[in-house]
Design a protein around this ligand. Structure first.
Ligand code: PMV
Length: 332
């Protein structure tokens, strides 16, 4: 099945009541158990399931307007996006899947995520665009169908439709590979964004993922690692046990980066400051402060800890941004 047929099937359940404009917000998400490797490259289905946590009011707001001109115009953080850029192309490819009646759009996206945080703003970007399109056309699709659509923009976008813990299911049937929320809150949990470098990353997560899956001799064990970590992370969530959740999330990130280190060419996102920050996390644990890290395709870390330890964490990491994932705020 190609993308067009896939989208047509999802939209066959949609209603249609077009408006002139719409807007939506979607939170960024951090994977505690990572998505790394595609089963179906065209439909963006994953080899394994993954599990993330939403970042409350940190994310992307997207406004969309029907445009009279015969072309799309896209603004990101008030700047017009170059029509020859990969960023523009990715959004155009996504819009091409739902375009009909020669309709064109003006899209204004704003992200309040610190750009250097290595937090894929593409996840919240495509999720908010999908939600905005649902409103613009009055599709009235349910969250599951919207997750199936958002996945085409960026895999992790399918997890950005909800706050809190979200699991994205792997499945050989592309219509069953959607994300859904895990119905639990953990009000004492905190997430820290630790920016150790503002340097641009050398290789995109998309390219790094494909190179790793194709060349690391250890990639075949990745699904086993994910099964182990996913199950421990779920236990940690259900028992609200920071040690179980944190240790499994950290182990999963370490395994992810070990895979990348063994790819050809070697992919390394660690900077000396990244190594130093990991060391500091381990030292804090030695001194009985339960703090754990996770790391995506970049040098910055995200810390997982309990709110009661915030003062200690802030003392150890001066510039950390602390997020409360469960006390939801509408301030953006
Ligand atoms: O969804 P993508 O193509 O941006 O890839 C996301 C990759 C990681 O952030 C490293 C892992 C994840 O599950 O979010």
């Amino acid at each position: 099945m190609n993308k067009q047929h896939y989208v047509a099937k999802i939209l066959s359940n949609a209603t249609y009541a077009r408006q002139q404009q719409a807007s939506a917000f979607a939170p960024a998400n951090i994977a505690l158990c990572k998505y790394w490797g595609k089963l179906n490259h065209e439909l963006n289905t994953p080899i394994t399931s993954s599990l993330s946590i939403g970042l409350n009011n940190y994310g992307t707001s997207t406004e969309i307007y029907l445009d009279q001109h015969q072309e799309d115009t896209i603004y990101f953080n008030e700047q017009a996006i170059d029509k020859n850029s990969t960023f523009f192309e990715r959004i155009q490819d996504f819009l091409a899947l739902i375009r009909h009646d020669n309709l064109y759009f003006t899209i204004k996206s704003r992200s309040n995520i610190p750009l250097a945080a290595g937090l894929a703003s593409s996840a919240s970007g495509f999720a908010s665009l999908t939600l905005a399109l649902n409103q613009l056309f009055g599709w009235n699709l349910n969250q599951q169908a919207l997750s199936l659509l958002a996945r085409l923009g960026s895999g992790s976008a399918c997890r950005s439709l909800w706050q809190g813990f979200v699991e994205w299911h792997h499945h050989s049937d592309p219509f069953l590979s959607f994300a859904e929320p895990i119905n639990t809150t953990w009000p004492t949990l905190a997430i820290g964004l630790l920016i150790v470098s503002h340097q641009e990353k050398a290789i995109s997560s998309r390219a790094a993922m494909n190179i790793t899956a194709a060349t690391s001799p250890f990639y075949p064990v990745w699904p086993t690692v994910v099964n182990r970590d996913l199950s421990l992370i779920k236990t940690g969530i259900h028992q609200q046990d920071i040690a179980t959740l944190g240790a499994a999330s950290e182990a999963n990130a370490i395994a992810l980066h070990a895979l990348m280190h063994t790819a050809t060419p070697c992919i390394n996102y660690d900077l000396p400051a990244t190594r130093a920050a990991k060391q500091r996390v381990w030292e804090l644990r030695e001194s009985k402060i339960p703090v754990y890290f996770t790391q995506d395709a970049g040098p910055n870390l995200k810390l997982i800890f309990l709110k009661k330890n915030t003062a200690d964490i802030k003392q150890a990491f001066k510039n950390i941004i602390v997020i409360d994932p469960f006390e939801l705020s509408t301030e953006r």
